[in-house]
Ligand binder design. Structure first.
Ligand SMILES: C[S@@+](CC[C@H](N)C(=O)[O-])C[C@H]1O[C@@H](n2cnc3c(N)ncnc32)[C@H](O)[C@@H]1O
Length: 269
């Protein structure tokens, strides 16, 4: 049994609003070819469910089940699905470590930016593979924080990345998860794994402002900020300076930020 997980980001508005911008078209593109109109999909750790709703559009004759461990974000997910009008999507409370489904229940079991937050990603993958049918797929995508960088170079944003990684690892999680997916699949005895990588970039004025101001706020008002201070990795004054660094970058017309996501897609045999 894994030790108790701590979600590094928290579910405060600055986090949720950022995650709710995600779409299936961008975040599940690596699995698009294995999803049919009648696929039964499980979206593990669905967060505010913007991706979940997009998956619902992809499977008009199928179903999508989103699961979340946290009741506060589950309520947001419910509202997202209700507003979408989709009748083939449900969201439920469950943990990836103990999925309340029979073996082989789903065609595709998907998790986006979830394994990086878990103390035992291999146990999670075993459970995801259990509920995928033989011939179905497990599909996972996670960031690699090591690859996060920006122009103009910013000492404060580099400091943010350093502190974020310390906090995540203090929580027993792996912020560079993207590069470890293949190894984790193998440790979970999942074979036939195809891995890929795709980048996220923020440099249009709208993207830069959203990403930069959002992280400025996240450095001050979220669980990450609380944990950074509680664990002794930053003082409140240092977080204020880092937030200023994010704002400075967000308002620089030359500002560009990018990073790599690792992706893994495995057919269950
Ligand atoms: C970074 S968010 C990603 C949300 C969504 N997949 C997306 O990409 O927008 C990670 C989510 O995983 C959820 N989570 C963490 N541990 C979990 C667990 N054991 N079982 C299910 N969900 C979990 C968190 O509550 C959080 O909402």
């Amino acid at each position: 049994m894994p030790k108790r997980d701590v979600y590094t980001h928290g579910h405060q508005p600055a986090v949720v609003n950022q995650h709710a911008r995600r779409t299936a078209d961008k975040c599940a593109a690596f699995a698009r070819d294995v999803i049919a109109e009648d696929s039964q999909i499980l979206d593990v750790g669905c967060g505010p469910a913007s991706i979940t709703a997009g998956l619902g559009d992809w499977v008009p004759n199928g179903t999508v089940t989103g699961i979340e461990i946290a009741s506060d974000i589950l309520e947001v997910a419910r509202q997202t699905i209700e507003a979408s009008g989709l009748e083939n999507v449900v969201v439920e409370q469950a943990s990836v470590y103990k999925l309340p489904y029979e073996d082989g229940s789903f065609d595709v079991v998907y998790a986006h930016q979830v394994l990086q937050h878990l103390t035992d990603p291999v146990a999670a993958l075993k459970e995801m593979a259990r509920v995928a049918r033989v011939g179905g797929y497990v599909a996972v995508r996670d960031a690699d924080y090591y690859t996060m960088c920006c122009s103009p170079e910013s000492q404060m944003i580099e400091e943010w990345r350093r502190i974020y990684c310390l906090v995540a690892r203090h929580n027993g999680a792996e912020p560079d998860a993207g590069r470890h997916l293949l190894g984790w699949f193998h440790q979970a005895s999942i074979k036939n794994v195809h891995t890929s990588a795709s980048a996220w970039a923020y440099s249009s004025p709208e993207e830069r402002a959203n990403w930069g101001f959002s992280w400025a706020e996240r450095c001050l008002t979220t669980s990450f900020a609380e944990q950074a201070v509680e664990y002794g990795y930053a003082t409140r004054a240092e977080l204020e300076a880092i937030a200023d660094g994010w704002r400075e970058w967000a308002t620089n017309p030359d500002g560009h930020f990018h990073f790599i996501n690792g992706e893994a897609l495995a057919q269950i045999s």
